[in-house]
Unconditional design. Sequence first.
Length: 374
Amino acid sequence: MSSSSRSIIPEPLRRLPWAVLSALGALTIFGSTVLYSAAGGRLGPWALIHFIHFVVFAGLAILVSRLSRDRLRQAAYPVYTLLVVLLVMVEAVGKIGGGSQRWLNIGFMNLQPSELMKPAIVLVMAHFYANLPPSMIRTWRALLPPGMLLAVPAALVILQPDLGTALAICFGAVVVIFMSGVPVWWFVGGGLAGAIIAPLAFFFALHDYQRKRVMVFMDPESDMLGSGYHITQSKIAIGSGGFFGKGFGNGSQSHLEYLPEKHTDFIFATMSEEWGMMGGLFVLFIFFVVLFRWGMGVARRAPDRFSQLLAAGMTATMFFYVAINMMMVMGLAPVVGIPLPFMSHGGSSMMTNMLCVGVLMAIEKWSRVGGSLN
């Protein structure tokens, strides 16, 4: 960058990770292109608003990146409490869609508080373990309070019902708990307990449609025109794309309305049919650069315990989105309603992921300036 450019562009803007933001911008534009095609060559109702969401929430991420370490830590419990209240409001007055009650209408968008709980639970867990004395890391005090903090939002989300989001909330929290250094045998014991509880939960806790999803995951061909329809059509779309795809605007599965949720949960299948394996590799490359090269790099360079746990948890939260969505559309995981970051249409999902990016940018700044506010 030339000296004249440095004098024009403010210092805080120059220090932003523009390579990462540019990569995410390219992925979002690619997602808008896929949404444009899925809508039959129209910017509405998905493509244009998808890009606008990215621009607006990129601005939000930049604002979050300006926060100091102390200010973010102070916000942990108030933000958590606010989101729990919003989850309770969802149960009382929330908007119903697709058989679930998950959204609050706030005018310019339908807000899904459970989405925002994903980064919030990571923040509150990182704050808790950063304050926990090392002598208590192997006692019940290291597990019971965070377990209660996790159980409340997870239970409220399951009631909506939204098993996929509840699992995502639990995943981010468990990653932070694991990274905090608690005894590994706790996780081994938890795994054994889960193996015992899972069959009971399958028969007595899951809704009928959730049990069907698990059974269809095990054998999609058993009900290809019923419960297995989503996975079957998704596999057809991905497989028919081949290496280079059918070409932009030529996706028969999405254009002929065979592929359900073509603009949200199954956007990767929509993309793969038209762009093929090359499009899939591009998407994977962007996520590799952002999550593993940058996100985990920020966690390794973080200046203190709170920052390390927070960065690892935020990166893990975005990774869960990517891994579960791609496994889901390829039939490697049950269909649980997890969108693909920066590709799927949806304001709440974009907000959540950009908040994670903003927090990572803040931690990267703390590594340079010692946690003070620019």
